[in-house]
Ligand binder design. Structure first.
Ligand code: FAD
Length: 288
């Protein structure tokens, strides 16, 4: 099933994101995580992709996405990046995805990383979207978006102009980067509307539950941090249990506000911690 069809059902589409385990972590843990996440009845689970990572990066994304789709019978989207790949690499991956029965792809450019050489065939995610559309498959395609602008963009308007190219190329819905200030997301939706980008946008929510995650993930993403959020982190940073509770409560508060304002979807960055997804999902179940 194409995930994009879910957005016409007038219900908030709840999805989870997981990442394949690091090379030295046991793969069984992530399968247990997926089992637990599937039990929460999400509309879909997406699996990230790590280009140029340790060997078998593509296989691990495809294997996990295949497990979600074929064993757990939950819809899935496999993430796929392109700047480190040539046309033939992507052709092989698409064939592999199709053979595993995976029907949806989150098409991404990927981050520039000095350790992983780029190739010349794809420059932007929209190139990948166009390429997938031209192949003889019928994948549902999503793209990423940044409510506060991509860090490499001159400004938000320039980024939205580029986003329009991605939507016009065939991205059927957009999944947002994490944000902590809902007003930024609402402003962004308004600008998309003005730019005639009409595809649904699902809101990326990350529950921040420990100080290290706060420092690494949040600072790197460049997302604005409302004082309500930073005050909680400052107050509870040395009390892990309290910080986790505050982070979950903050995410729930954000989600309730988004759903009250008719958000098309909520995409939860689960950090492979099913307990977080469970606490949040249970709190909003009646709203879905
Ligand atoms: P693009 O849409 O190509 O945009 C990148 C930059 O190029 C932007 O500044 C944009 O304005 C500009 N641009 C786009 N098109 C044009 C054009 N035609 N001309 C000029 N400029 C243009 N990374 C991974 O490695 N693996 C993952 O699994 C992964 N999953 C992600 C999931 C989500 C929901 C998000 C939000 C990000 C994810 N990322 C992942 C990170 C992503 O790869 C980075 O954010 C990357 O820097 C940009 O990817 P993009 O697809 O948004 O790129």
């Amino acid at each position: 099933m194409k995930i994009s069809s879910l957005f016409s059902q007038n219900k908030t589409v709840l999805s989870f994101e997981v990442f394949p385990p690091k090379k030295d972590s046991p793969v069984e843990t992530v399968y247990r995580t997926l089992d637990e996440l599937a039990g929460l009845n999400p509309a879909f689970i997406s699996v990230t992709y790590s280009a140029g990572g340790t060997g078998g990066a593509e296989e691990s994304t495809i294997n996990l996405a295949s497990y979600v789709k074929n064993t757990l019978k939950v819809e899935t989207a496999a993430h796929l990046t392109c700047i480190n790949s040539g046309f033939s690499d992507i052709e092989k991956t698409l064939k592999n995805l199709s053979e595993h029965g995976i029907e949806n792809i989150l098409a991404l450019r990927g981050d520039r990383n000095p350790d992983t050489p780029t190739k010349d065939d794809f420059h932007y995610a929209s190139d990948l979207v166009s390429f997938i559309k031209k192949q003889n498959y019928n994948f549902g395609i999503a793209g990423a978006c940044c409510p506060e602008g991509h860090p490499e963009s001159e400004n938000l308007i320039a980024d939205i102009r580029n986003l329009k190219k991605k939507a016009d190329a065939g991205a059927e819905f957009l999944v947002s980067q994490m944000f902590f200030d809902n007003t930024k997301f609402y402003d962004f939706l308004e600008k998309l509307n003005l730019a005639d980008i009409t595809v649904p946008v699902t809101a990326g929510i990350m529950p921040v539950t420990n100080k290290r995650q706060f420092e690494r993930m949040i600072m790197l993403s460049g997302a604005s941090l409302p004082s309500k959020f930073t005050r909680a982190v400052a107050r509870f940073e040395n009390n892990p249990e309290a910080l986790a509770d505050a982070g979950i409560a903050y995410a729930i508060d954000q989600i309730v506000d988004l759903m009250s304002n008719g958000a098309a979807g909520i995409h939860l960055y689960t950090m492979n911690k099913p307990v977080l997804a469970r606490k949040i999902t249970e709190s909003i179940r009646s709203l879905l």
